[in-house]
Design a binder for this molecule. Structure first.
Ligand code: SF4
Ligand code: MG
Length: 327
């Protein structure tokens, strides 16, 4: 069984001329222990999808239809008190800026211990020992001393390690990590991603890794969902999506990965910009930017369809068997 299943998720914001659809029929699943990448330019709906899953959609945004299931149990209709239990205990969250996840007034040990005590049947002394163990596992030197330090006493990279420890403290089955390295020095980003991958793997936790960086996806994920204008443009095993992208948008993102062998960064940026929510083009939302757009793309909206080893919402693959719900 899937650990997480997102089915036909629709999220809207009220607008002056009716509701604006920010997520439009998003479906995917995550298997236990799997790392699913969610990639796309800013405004694609990546963070909103993560927020909907952890129950932290900012009002007035709301889920208007669809379902989110964790081990078969619906979690999209729970009350805040029930959600709080699921958050932390069963789903851990890591955000871009470590300072949003840490309380500056408490030592990291206190924050870790409180999370552990809130969710696991242990004594305060055991919680402290576990907290030290978590800091060690996330590569913080002298963890037994540093546990009594405050967040500001850690560097940015070390702070994000503390946040990872905090997200894992209650032994959740799923970690939702939203741009976990974007705020960090480039030199530290790879270390943190490697750590996240190895520590979640060791603990059997699945990860939903939200990023705008195809390079990170390539190095980290088992499968990837490419989002565009609030919809899944392509989804499939990472190797196939990267080596044989079926959707022109995925191909554009791949071409935009900075070429390490030259110093000309982002040479092949995709022309144009992600449309605003109030101006999503008819037909395929990507058609104004798509080098392969055809006549039907301007008026008919493609759903996900089988496209080689992946599924893509693109008319180039019409004629293959219709794909049903994305896996
Ligand atoms: Fe391009 Fe048409 Fe495919 Fe959209 S459906 S990505 S416009 S070819
Ligand atoms: Mg975001």
């Amino acid at each position: 069984m899937s650990l997480l299943e997102v089915k036909n998720l629709v999220v809207e914001f009220p607008g002056r001329r009716g509701n604006l659809r920010a997520l439009d029929d998003i479906s995917f699943s995550i298997a236990p222990g799997e790392i699913l990448g969610v990639v796309g330019e800013s405004g694609a709906g990546k963070s909103l999808t993560g927020a909907a899953i952890i129950g932290l959609l900012e009002p007035p945004g709301r889920i208007v239809s669809g379902q989110i299931l964790l081990q078969g149990q619906r979690i999209d209709q729970l009350r805040e008190s029930q959600l709080r239990h699921i958050r932390g205990r069963r789903i851990g969250a890591i955000f871009q800026d470590p300072l949003t996840s840490l309380n500056p007034l408490y030592t990291v040990g206190r924050q870790l211990s409180e999370t552990i005590l809130a969710h696991l049947p242990v004594t305060p002394a055991e919680a402290r020992q576990r907290a030290i163990g978590l800091l060690q596992d996330t590569g913080i030197p002298a963890a037994a001393q540093r546990i009594d330090h405050y967040p500001h006493q850690f560097s940015g990279g070390m702070r994000q390690r503390v946040v990872i420890a905090l997200a894992l403290a209650a032994e959740p089955q799923l970690i939702v990590a939203d741009e976990p390295t974007t705020a960090l020095d480039v030199s530290i980003q790879a270390q943190i991603i490697t750590l996240l991958k190895s520590i979640c793997h060791a603990r059997g936790a699945a990860v939903m890794l939200i990023t705008h960086d195809m390079g990170v996806i390539a190095e980290t994920c088992d499968r990837v969902a490419v989002l565009y204008a609030g919809r899944v443009a392509e989804i499939g095993p990472v190797h196939e999506v990267i080596n044989q992208p079926a959707h022109p948008y995925t191909a554009g993102l791949m071409a935009a990965i900075p070429d390490m062998t030259s110093d000309r960064e982002r040479l092949n940026q995709i022309d144009g910009a992600m449309p605003r929510l109030n101006a999503i083009p008819p037909g395929c939302a990507y058609h104004p930017r798509c080098p392969k757009a055809m006549e039907r793309c301007r008026s008919q909206r493609p759903d996900l369809m089988a496209a080689g080893a992946t599924r893509a919402a693109c008319w180039l693959h019409a004629g293959a068997t219709p794909a049903g719900v994305a896996r």
